[in-house]
Design a protein around this ligand. Sequence first.
Ligand code: ATP
Ligand code: MG
Ligand code: FE
Length: 372
Amino acid sequence: LTVLGLETSCDETAASVVRLSAAGAEVLSSVIHSQIDEHAAYGGVVPEIAARSHVEMIDGVARRAMSEAGIDYAALDGVAATAGPGLVGGVMVGLSYGKAVALARDLPLIAVNHLEGHAVSARLGAETTYPFLLLLVSGGHCQLLEVRGIGDMSRLGTTIDDAAGEAFDKIAKAMGLGYPGGPALERLAEKGDGSRFDLPRALLGRKDCDFSFSGLKTAASRLAQTCETDQDRADLADAVQKAIARQLAERTERAMIAYVEQHPELEQAEGALKQPSAAREAIGPKSKALHFVVAGGVAANKTIRRTLEDLATKHGFGFLAPPLIYCTDNAAMIALAGAERLEKGLTSDIDVAARPRWPLDEARANADPVHK
Ligand code: ATP
Ligand code: MG
Ligand code: FE
């Protein structure tokens, strides 16, 4: 199945052609036009500027994705477009363009949840089989999910205030690092040693798998005002990065322990700290392995990847993360989610609406009204 994917939910205009076969996913092209320069002066994404820029760019970006893939529209099996969540003005541009291509070329349309795109993005780099435990850490979301298959996910935990990427961005802004803050803060942290800073640890006593970053954000933003030298700032960046990594690991560890307990049918990886249980013994040889995936923009952070990889190994999970280029927003993940949906016959009506809010697990998604 060959699918054209379109992504316009935030500040990247992106298009990609992905071919899904028994051998896995092959990215034939992935074109990303970033609007960072257009928003940098404002310290964040300005919705009106974003929507206008998507209108100007989408046709050229989509045509380039087709020509770089070296295929004709006749070779496509479907068109997938992000239908939410995100800035609705931008979402409508990509979705409307996708509808136009679908109508003009008589192709099925697949409306894709942007978060579902992030959820499947690790499959762009390696053969990843379902099910897996997922930590989705992006600019707007921080969630732990059990992913059983495309469109079949349930949420184990979420942030009660800010997302991890948002914390990176806001702290970086307070430190004068510009937008987007995550990559800049990571570069600065390489030269720092944060051990002298004592940042707050949230939700320590809580038994759930939720996250909270607002206390850290406030404390770090206040400390940013006290930094005088470049070394002070580098030290604070290191402390912030480690504090975010630590909370992600602490909450993910809770989810891993629960997931292992609930899935005695899955094999634990070699060399792991095995969790013995009567249920595991009773089932005998396992056909599938435990897998943990981290995805979303923050998964590009090397300290965070390493921390989570160690954690996965400790608890018997195989570790997977998308190649760095597919961590932040791209259309290859949308094309892949679209292809997987198409394979299952999950296509959309041509009058499908954009959804500024759209939770990933269907139980919550269906309870949420669709914004026409
Ligand atoms: P969402 O997917 O929740 O709608 P989004 O699409 O804006 O939000 P992504 O593109 O997935 O988010 O990720 C962008 C976020 O990732 C930003 O907050 C950015 O600071 C963060 N980020 C990117 N690279 C890094 C890095 N190397 N270290 C830390 N954070 C990073
Ligand atoms: Mg972006
Ligand atoms: Fe995203």
